[in-house]
Design a protein around this ligand. Structure first.
Ligand SMILES: [Zn+2]
Length: 253
């Protein structure tokens, strides 16, 4: 099942490997012809591999020809390229370090951000979205990238818990995973960040908007509440257990 995508997204987060990986994964989700039911790329097909290596025909980055900034000609080249029919279903244009877009260049991009060629998705990545004009921001869906280096701490147990969250596992099994793996506040926060990001993406990706938006927003509220409870001194294991119990209540409704 293909996800519906907005014309343009802003990904805010510190530049570096993690943001690069986030952008590529997002591009894969858009381009991969073999996405799963939640719209996640398969990661193994020729399209996914070409996105990884940056050689996919439908994926391109805005070239920065100025030393510190993008030039108007860079934007013009991107707009021209985005006006071409994609080989697959989507053109994906990436503007990395979008804080390097001057007001003039941003204005030049406005029309394309508003009415791109059908199927076009533009991704602006920046460490400071406030450098973008309100007229640009209003045309983009904003995605928040969490900065934690998930891979260094406990990423396996986070994966495991994510699976439990979206599966319908018995609660005793979830409690076991939490007891073994989420003893510190830091670990609990990392899981909550990943979970919230995932729910957020599901919400924005169009997957949940029709039927489940209310539930997802409720879950996000509960995640925020859990975070506050832990900050106030609640035992993280207890807080996560409660969150999972509440999730079950939402699913039953
Ligand atoms: Zn794929």
């Amino acid at each position: 099942m293909a996800r519906e995508y907005a014309h343009a997204y802003i990904i805010e987060g510190r530049s570096g490997e993690e943001r690069d990986a986030y952008i590529k994964n997002f591009a894969k989700d858009i381009i991969c012809p073999n996405t799963d039911l939640s719209g996640n790329a398969c990661g193994n097909c020729p399209a996914c591999i070409r996105v990884s290596s940056g050689t996919h025909e439908d994926l391109f980055f805005m070239n920065q020809s100025g030393k510190e900034t993008y030039k108007t000609s860079d934007a013009a080249a991107m707009i021209e390229r985005l006006g071409m029919r994609p080989y697959g279903e989507h053109n994906v244009g990436i503007i990395d370090n979008a804080e390097r877009l001057s007001e003039i260049v941003q204005n030049k991009l406005l029309k394309t951000l508003e009415e791109p060629y059908p199927g076009t998705v533009i991704i602006l990545a920046t460490d400071n979205k406030e450098s973008l004009l309100p007229t640009v921001k209003s045309r983009c869906v904003e995605l928040r990238m969490h900065e934690q280096t998930i891979d260094t701490v406990n990423s396996d147990s986070i994966d495991l818990l994510m699976k439990e969250w979206f599966g319908n596992t018995y609660f005793f099994k979830i409690r076991e995973v939490i007891r073994k793996n989420f003893k510190s506040n830091e670990e609990a926060f990392k899981f909550l960040d990943v979970l919230e990001r995932d729910l957020h993406e599901t919400l924005i990706g169009g997957e949940g908007l029709n039927k489940n938006a209310g539930n997802i927003i409720q879950m996000i509220d509960q995640i925020e509440e859990t975070r506050i409870n832990i900050k106030r001194g609640m035992n993280p294991e207890y807080a996560l257990n409660s969150l999972f119990l509440n999730r079950n209540n939402i699913n039953k409704r």
